[in-house]
Design a protein around this ligand. Structure first.
Ligand SMILES: *Cc1c(COP(=O)(O)O)cnc(C)c1O
Length: 365
């Protein structure tokens, strides 16, 4: 139907973030009339057959793409990943006094702060002392064998550190906030008790949080748990105990289908490695910019970097914008720059960024 030609920027935003252009075009084409229904997806009853089909398809595609075993529930909830900092302990404490957290940065700190409202939080390891430049090695963790679960943040979006191996926590379930690296690489779901992720980094617009949880862990929520945030209640209702974020779920379904068409998660990871590799390789060879993170723990998704001379920051950002590269300003808590290289960001965007960084260095270095 409509094929508007509009100028798209290279969007390095940390989230909400760039989406695949093909998905946006399809959504535009289907905006007024989804598959002959005569309605936009936004206008559909969540109980109607059209939306039930859209929801079921999104879940089926997600299960296929990630290889989610049948003894895991996939839930589409609201409240954001930050909401899960309360919702996970309310559901997963199961009579235990508390849980373990590995503190790798800003997002872990939020988990710790919120979790303390519901139980004892044991910080099993922390990289705070070195400014969160690495993931504490597994053999340094002081886990509590009585913990309900061990919480990690698989990718610290602000600090740019990422787990590149799944830590072994024995019989204690592993819980991961994968908000900023969800579906960016293959995941062995069996290694986790629970995975959660907000959609707006890698897989869709803001508004839905996906929770993948092993069956046996649900059904023992604290009595204070709001029903809409009780995993068992939502699982029994197919995530429709209350009105789900229907349009967001539809877009997530389109993005998952797009990821499948890219060749699946192994192919997606290979492309993400290529993109991040281009930028890190350049950062390794220059004195003008630097990335503080230990090389083994660098994130493929979020690359913070600084100019040695911060008085040039504004000029750098202005020049980037003039060249159609936006949202490169670092998080306010760390300053400098941050390039987020999520699934939908094309390789050409990273190539353009590196070319511009070289040019800027040649001019000011
Ligand atoms: C973005 C982000 C969140 C926050 O999610 P909300 O949707 O704002 O609640 C939580 N954790 C991580 C790792 C993130 O990157």
């Amino acid at each position: 139907m409509t094929t508007t030609t509009s100028k798209r920027v290279f969007n390095f935003s940390a989230g909400p973030a760039t989406l695949p252009e093909a998905v946006l075009r399809q959504a535009a084409d289907e905006m007024l009339d989804w598959h002959g229904s005569g309605m936009s997806v936004m206008e559909m009853s969540h109980r109607g057959k059209e939306f039930i089909a859209i929801h079921a398809e999104a879940e089926k595609l997600l299960r296929e793409l990630m290889g989610v075993p049948s003894n895991y529930k996939v839930l589409f909830l609201q409240g954001g990943a930050i909401g899960q900092n309360a919702i996970v302990p309310m559901n997963l404490l199961r009579g235990h006094a508390g849980f373990d957290v590995v503190d790798t940065g800003e997002w872990s700190l939020k988990t710790i702060k919120e979790g303390k409202k519901y139980g004892q939080v044991n910080i099993a390891a922390s990289s705070a002392a070195d400014g969160y430049k690495h993931i504490p090695p597994r053999d340094s963790w002081k886990l509590d064998p009585g913990a309900a679960y061990v919480h990690i943040c698989s990718n610290e979006t602000i600090g740019g550190v990422q787990y590149h191996a799944v830590p072994d926590t024995g019989q204690v379930p592993l819980v991961a906030d994968m908000s900023s690296d969800f579906m960016s690489r293959p995941v062995d779901v069996r290694r986790y008790g629970l995975i959660y992720a907000g959609a707006q980094k890698n897989v869709g617009p803001a508004g839905v949080t996906m929770v993948i949880v092993r069956d046996e862990l649900i059904g023992q929520a604290l009595p204070i748990t709001p029903s809409a945030f009780d995993y068992k209640v939502q699982a029994d209702a197919d995530s429709m105990f209350n009105t789900p974020p229907t349009y967001t779920i539809y877009i997530v379904g389109l993005v998952v289908r797009w990821l499948q068409a890219q060749g699946g998660l192994a192919a997606v990871e290979a492309r993400n490695r290529e993109k991040a590799g281009l930028l890190y390789q350049y950062l390794e060879g220059t004195q003008f910019y630097f990335n503080p993170v230990a090389p083994a723990d660098r994130s493929l998704m979020n690359v913070p970097f600084k100019l040695r001379d911060p008085s040039l920051d504004d000029a750098f950002l202005k020049g980037a914008e003039e060249r159609g590269m936006v949202q490169l300003k670092g998080h306010r808590s760390v300053g400098g720059m941050r390039a987020s290289l999520y699934n939908a960001l094309p390789l050409e965007a990273v190539a353009a960024l590196v070319a511009y960084m070289k040019e800027f260095e040649a001019r000011h270095g």
